[in-house]
Ligand binder design. Structure first.
Ligand SMILES: [Zn+2]
Length: 440
């Protein structure tokens, strides 16, 4: 009964958290409901005389030329109609090209809406593998997205379910490849007197590209720059995002000496001095975390020690509203050497948790271990509380003391969290624990 009352309190608390943080000025990837970015926008943002932005998760851009228009990124399918309306109000000429900075659904969701009969769609050639990769693991990503972004999940699933089934059961390729032009290192074209230089710039993904408009000294950088430490490992699951790829791609951008840097999340940065400062700091923060991880690995430190130890120095602190240093450290560590931690007991298929029930019995039962979890919680050791609760719940999945401790620790971690991805998974854990408790 007490648990039920607790749950109601927590639900009310969660609602108030949501109401107090309704988000979203333009284009925040940090905090709150990312789906609402740009929701109140009434007209497209004019970046310069030819470039216009519709804001969302992520942004869509229109480049106006005398011979027709170019779209860079198309946002999530749920944002795309609003973006199309805003940008078409600027100019409703023919869409000659759609350029996709990479194959994540928040950039490709509006392709079908924008595409006309003669529209060329441009992506880097790794787009092919990346789309197939997302398709190959579509069920898993559907589950992960539903957990991490419940508000976005339907939209992402909708995008995925529009992809045709593979031709046969042995064919795990078969995703629909929409681009009509795939390039390797660089692709150039000219339209209405405007020169477009499209460059492979791996980072956020290995199919990532950047678009350079030399006449306007403007560069579209997709997701290789935004206002947070990058999500170099994303909890919903991803192939490696290589730290040095980000750094090299940012260097390539800075070498152009741009006057306008246009990210697909967040707002444009104007002035080369400002761009050098912001993107240079961003690159230096990534390189710092990479180098410290490599140093610690060579010193024989384990991944948890490095996750705990490595912090950005104050002059490189670019915030962790979206990506996290600790997950990035672990991402870099495991990208380099994979999952084995050097302990022979972890080579085998028997997980450590198989021994938990016997240890719980020795400790006096699940309730005793649940109380230990609550003791950890009461001394603000929330992560230890979660581990202790996991051990108790492995022995008795319905133990009320352990469920209460888990719920309390998750809620406290959520209250303390400034990271939207972390918050997403904490909310998932809370829902999961509440339903386990309600099922009693
Ligand atoms: Zn994105």
């Amino acid at each position: 009964m007490q648990l039920q009352a607790n749950i109601k309190t927590k639900i009310v608390f969660l609602f108030s958290v949501l109401l107090l943080h309704p988000i979203a000025s333009t284009a925040q990837v940090t905090g709150g409901n990312p789906l609402l970015a740009g929701a109140t926008q009434t007209e497209a943002i004019k970046i310069n005389e030819v470039i216009f932005q519709a804001t969302g998760f992520g942004n869509s851009f229109l480049i106006k030329t005398s011979e027709g228009n170019v779209i860079v990124d198309t946002s999530l399918s749920v944002n795309a109609p609003r973006h199309k309306k805003l940008l078409s109000e600027i100019d409703d000429g023919p869409i000659k090209y759609i350029i996709l900075t990479h194959a994540h659904p928040d950039h490709t969701g509006g392709v079908d809406l924008w595409r006309q009969e003669d529209t060329e769609i441009i992506a880097q050639e790794e787009h092919f593998e990346f789309v197939n990769y997302q398709y190959r693991l579509r069920s898993l990503f559907g589950q992960r997205n539903a957990a991490q972004f419940p508000a976005l999940a339907g939209n992402i699933v909708q995008v995925r379910s529009s992809i045709p089934e593979p031709a046969n059961q042995d064919d795990n390729y078969g995703a629909e490849i929409k681009p009509t032009i795939l390039f390797d290192d660089e692709y150039r074209f000219e339209l209405g007197g405007i020169e477009f230089v499209i460059m492979h710039s791996p980072g956020e993904t290995y199919d990532h590209l950047s678009v350079w408009l030399p006449q306007y000294s403007a560069v579209f950088v997709g997701d290789n720059y935004y206002e947070s430490f990058p999500n170099m490992y994303t909890l919903r699951g991803t192939k490696p995002r290589w730290a040095l790829d980000y750094a090299n791609s940012i260097d390539k951008i800075l070498a152009l000496e741009p006057e306008i840097l246009i990210p697909s999340h967040g707002d444009a940065i104007f002035g080369n001095t400002n761009i050098e400062a912001a993107a240079g700091r961003y690159r230096d923060a990534i390189v710092y975390v990479h180098d410290q991880t490599v140093l610690g690995m060579n010193q024989g430190k384990d991944v948890y020690t490095l996750m705990e130890e490595i912090k950005l120095p104050a002059d490189l602190d670019i915030g962790e509203g979206y990506g996290s240093i600790a997950w990035s450290v672990r991402g870099i560590f495991e990208n380099y050497i994979g999952w084995f931690d050097g302990n022979p007991s972890t080579m085998f298929s028997t997980p450590p948790s198989d021994v938990y029930p016997d240890i719980v019995a020795l400790a006096g039962g699940a309730d005793a271990v649940g109380k230990l979890a609550m003791t950890y919680f009461e001394s603000d050791a929330f992560e230890l509380a979660l581990h202790a609760a996991d051990i108790a719940l492995k022995a008795d999945p319905t133990n009320e003391t352990a469920l209460n401790a888990r719920l309390a620790a998750l809620n406290k971690l959520l209250e303390n969290s400034d990271n939207s991805n972390e918050s997403g998974w904490l909310r998932f854990g809370i829902r999961q624990t509440e339903s386990a408790a309600i099922g009693q």
